[in-house]
Design a binder for this molecule. Structure first.
Ligand code: NAD
Ligand code: UGA
Length: 468
């Protein structure tokens, strides 16, 4: 470890990030990689996480992150559990602690739980003995920066400038998103001090992000832009999923529709993949947070509008279960069902709010036996389903997992599932064999020709049973 004297001689700036999770760990690793003259330290109250960041097995699975950490760790990137010391040493402090949905008291199930964020604010204040710039990197309700200012300035004669710099990375592509972001947003108070602090953060990003993509705004717009961006992205998924329900009733094909509408430049082609539903730690949490905020301001019509996105997402997951139940002769009792994938999306081991959790719980309620397969998420799946009654096995190898099963349900769009030998899988399954493709990644016609009864999302089913 480099001591303070040495670091201040060697490095241009001391940057700290409080919270070494998916965002804190990846953003700081990339920052250290692109800014060799800055010392970047990441601290966390979870010592195991810090130990993992300092080990060969990092706490998150994220393509490309290992190489970046290996290139920087011990040079200008450090992971530490000594939070107070790191706060004292830092000139710029990013805050990237978790802000989950509150699950108690007022606002339970809707509002953001700001307890971790507030503890961090107080710890920064209490440990600081020099002026600092505090950068909120998390996704927070609008006006949280004001609360941060109030906590920080409540007791001390130290100057704190609070900046909002929300993160837009997506898991699974975090390194790529950080190295080549569409934009970096930096919001501040529009006072001389606020603008000076904002420019210091702009200077950091200028080390690798083209200037035109670094945008600045007032602080409330920055906070609200993050909630709005996630709400817009999730809105597209619920919109196409709503269309997928109409497709299944009418024989239209949702992929063809997505293609046809996506070619309109005003609409664009991205985030139009119909699915079993969106998951992840943020979309639902941030929309509910937005809805709570709207209700707080008496904007009930606006709140209802955004809440509809979450309602459609829940409906989409339940619709998937209903199709399985209906198709498999209205009973799933003792049927063996294999879930291909448990992560909330491909290329991550993260299962937070994964639709697979909901599907697994509902299948267990229907008394089906589950076999869960995933290349990265099995350990998280075990934790997610620890309290669920029912027969469950966890098998990484997809061939072994599907053997003897009545049905496969694709939960995650891992590339590997598209490339399997489905003839071999079919031979080893119980008959009739069903595939419910919750991600539309398989070759449905080919599966049908092999003998499967195939149920995609928003496309005509391919069934060997004769309709009467
Ligand atoms: P995370 O749960 O992976 O990591 C948060 C970390 O903060 C944990 O390791 C936790 O131990 C630590 N922590 C909590 N309280 C602390 C304290 N008082 N002192 C030190 N460490 C503390 O969360 P995340 O996914 O990295 O998300 C962080 C923030 O970024 C959230 O506001 C989230 O909404 C936002 N965000 C997340 C993503 C994403 O893809 N995960 C993307 C953009 C923005
Ligand atoms: C999302 C946003 O994309 C990021 O910009 C944002 O920073 C982040 O939330 C956050 O604030 O946490 P993330 O949740 O990691 O990123 O992943 P996405 O790629 O957006 O996928 C979210 C969910 O939507 C996944 O379950 C995914 O499978 C699903 N999805 C995505 C669809 O069902 N259809 C699509 O067309 C796209």
């Amino acid at each position: 470890m480099v001591d303070k004297k040495q670091s201040s001689r060697t490095f241009k700036k001391n940057i700290l990030c409080i919270g070494g999770g998916y965002v804190g760990g990846s953003t700081m690793a990339v920052m250290a990689y692109k800014c060799p003259r800055y010392k970047v330290t990441v601290v966390d109250i979870n010592r195991d996480r810090i130990n993992q960041w300092n080990s060969e097995t990092l706490p998150i699975y994220e393509p490309g992150i290992e190489e970046i950490v290996r290139a920087t760790r011990g040079k200008n990137l450090f992971f530490s559990a000594d939070i107070d010391k790191a706060i004292r040493d830092a000139e710029i402090i990013f805050v990237s602690v978790n802000t989950p949905t509150k699950n108690f008291g007022t606002g339970a199930g809707m509002a953001a739980d700001l307890q971790y964020w507030e503890k961090t604010a107080r710890q920064i204040r209490d440990a600081s003995d020099s002026n600092k710039i505090i950068v909120d990197k998390g996704t927070l309700p609008v006006k949280t920066a004001l609360a941060m200012e109030r906590i920080l300035t409540a007791t001390k004669d130290v100057q704190f400038d609070v900046i909002s710099n929300p993160e837009f990375l997506a898991e699974g592509t975090a390194v790529r998103d950080l190295l080549d972001p569409d934009r970096v947003l930096i919001g501040s108070r529009e006072t001389p001090e606020g603008i000076r602090a904002r420019n210091e953060i702009v200077e950091i990003y200028k080390n690798w992000v083209p200037e035109g993509r670094i945008i600045t705004s007032d602080i409330w717009s920055s906070e609200l832009s993050k909630l709005a961006a996630n709400a817009f992205l999730a809105q597209r998924i619920s919109s196409i999923n709503a269309i997928s329900a109409i497709c299944e009733k009418t024989g239209a094909n949702v992929t063809q529709i997505a293609h046809a509408i996506g070619l309109d430049k005003r609409i664009g082609e991205k985030y139009l993949s119909a699915s079993v539903g969106f998951g992840g730690s943020c979309f639902q949490k941030d929309i509910l947070n937005l809805v709570y905020l709207c209700r707080h301001y008496g904007l009930n019509e606006v709140a209802d509008y955004w809440e509809g996105i979450v309602r459609i997402n829940n409906y989409q997951k339940e619709r998937f279960i209903f199709t399985m139940l209906l198709t498999m002769f209205n009973t799933l009792v003792d049927k063996k069902i294999c879930l291909f994938g448990f992560a909330f999306k491909a290329n991550t081991g993260d299962t937070r709010e994964s639709p697979a959790i909901y599907i697994a719980k509902r299948l267990a309620e229907e008394k089906a036996e589950l076999v869960i397969s995933d290349p990265q998420a099995i350990e998280n799946a075990k934790k997610d389903l620890a309290d669920v009654d029912g027969k469950m096995r966890y098998v990484e190898d997809p061939y072994e997992a599907a053997a003897g099963c009545d049905a496969i349900a694709v939960m995650t769009e891992w590339n590997l599932y598209a490339k399997l030998d489905y003839e071999k899988i079919y031979r080893a399954m119980a008959k009739p064999a069903f595939i419910f493709d919750g991600r539309n990644i398989l070759d449905h016609k080919r599966l049908f020709d092999i003998g499967f009864n195939v149920f995609p999302i928003g496309k005509p089913k391919l069934s060997h049973f004769r309709e009467r």
